[in-house]
Design a protein around this ligand. Structure first.
Ligand SMILES: *Cc1c(COP(=O)(O)O)cnc(C)c1O
Length: 403
């Protein structure tokens, strides 16, 4: 009997072989998000974090409507950073009161929309507080709002620092008591505080320390608040490994720390009714996403091999190293149509843009690939398409699918 093998040497996303998925999508390049991976990631967070800590998804990490819809059924709330993200969030079954709206420079028009939708507005300045109060008066709707605090400490090791020192985000902690007195004189429904120190942190030790300082600051400010604090958003900043030497975050350590902080500090001071929330973007979606491109040319130049693919930095800027990175390092890349093949050559994967910045993998050791093969950039679920300059070089936008 001859042995037949049904195993295809092709990687899968969401159980669908990549070459079949490419046919189903109908064109390359495209982003594919793995539904089961999203579900599993939220389940892991639920298992590990305290039961009375609510989970919010930061929509800006990936605002694809199908992704947001799926996650809306798994998390407790959504955090948006623009009126259009708010529109996507309001299309989910979640009530407006389960949506929070953060970000500097909210216009009076955006604030009116948020007030009309009963969304919790995270006020980032005195001006915003005045606009919120005014929108409430004009609409005859009592606005729900929280104060975003720029903490009086800094967090080391974050890919992007968004709190501590001078910031465009939030109200400096030391002037929050003055603002609270102003809010008390308005008809704003004061809900509580939002403190977000930074993003993409892989050190559990640093994150635990930041969580402790965040809770201590929030409780000190709660004593100055006009109403009981019913909402406390302690931020997040959980990182994912992108590069060779990155170690995944020790989520167990984070969970244990949060258990302790909630039971010894937060609950005794604020009671059981207060919604305590951690908001996460990339930790939920980052590893569930893949950017799939096709090799259109393979060429040699003075001893170096280049795979030229039909995608590039205009869709996946972060993989090219131009989205906030100080030193360019390779994102994980694979040849999706040569799964299981041994890495056998060193190649550079470049995009189709006419700029040397369009480098997806610099001298990476990969299985041999040719024209027609699919090259996949992994860890592409967060800050991919919507954080990239899609209009640069006027190529078409890629498809996005949830598989
Ligand atoms: C961007 C952002 C997040 C999400 O950050 P991740 O690194 O994707 O988890 C959370 N909160 C606020 C206020 C943000 O601006």
């Amino acid at each position: 009997m001859t042995e037949t093998t049904t195993t295809r040497a092709v990687a899968e996303i969401g159980g669908v072989p990549l070459d079949v998925l490419a046919e189903r999508v109908g064109s390359t390049p495209f982003f594919a998000y793995d539904r089961a991976a999203l579900t599993e990631r939220v389940a892991l967070l639920r298992r590990t974090l305290p039961r009375d800590l609510q989970l919010s998804y930061a929509v800006k990490a990936n605002p694809m409507p199908a992704v947001v819809q799926h996650l809306a059924g798994l998390v407790d709330s959504l955090d948006v950073a623009s009126a259009d993200e708010m529109r996507v969030a309001l299309d989910t079954p979640l009530d407006g009161s389960r949506i929070s709206f953060a970000g500097p420079g909210k216009t009076p028009a955006e604030i009116r929309r948020a007030v009309a939708a009963n969304v919790t507005i995270e006020m980032e300045s005195e001006t915003e507080a005045r606009r919120v109060a005014q929108a409430g008066e004009e609409l005859g709707i009592r606005p729900r709002a929280a104060v975003r605090v720029n903490p009086d400490f800094r967090v080391k090791g974050s890919g992007m620092r968004m709190g501590g020192g001078p910031q465009q985000f939030g109200v400096d902690a030391e002037v929050v008591p003055d603002l609270l007195r102003e809010i008390a004189a308005t008809d704003i429904e004061f809900r509580g505080f939002h403190i977000f120190a930074g993003s993409q942190n892989l050190s559990a030790e640093i994150l635990c320390e930041a969580q402790r300082k965040t809770v201590e600051l929030a409780l000190a400010l709660a004593a100055e608040a006009p109403d009981p604090v019913r909402y406390l958003n302690i931020g997040g900043g959980f990182g994912i490994p992108y590069f060779d030497k990155d170690e995944p975050l020790d989520l167990d350590a984070i969970g244990a720390n949060l258990h302790e902080l909630l039971s010894t500090l937060v609950r005794p001071a604020l009671g059981d009714e207060t919604r305590v929330v951690t908001e996460l973007g990339r930790y939920i979606v980052g590893e569930a996403g893949h950017y799939v491109t096709r090799v259109v040319d393979r060429k040699q130049s003075r001893g170096q091999t280049f795979l030229v693919v039909d995608g590039g930095m205009h869709h996946q800027l972060a993989a090219s190293g131009n989205f906030g990175q100080v030193i360019r390092r390779n994102y994980p890349v694979s040849i999706g149509t040569r799964a299981g093949a041994e890495p056998s050559e060193t190649v550079s994967v470049v995009g189709c843009l006419c700029t040397p910045l369009d480098l997806l993998a610099d001298k990476a050791l990969l299985p041999e690939a040719d024209i027609g093969d699919l090259v996949v950039v992994h860890q592409a679920g967060a800050y991919g398409l919507t954080a990239s300059p899609t209009a640069f070089l006027s190529h078409p936008a890629p498809a996005e699918v949830l598989v």
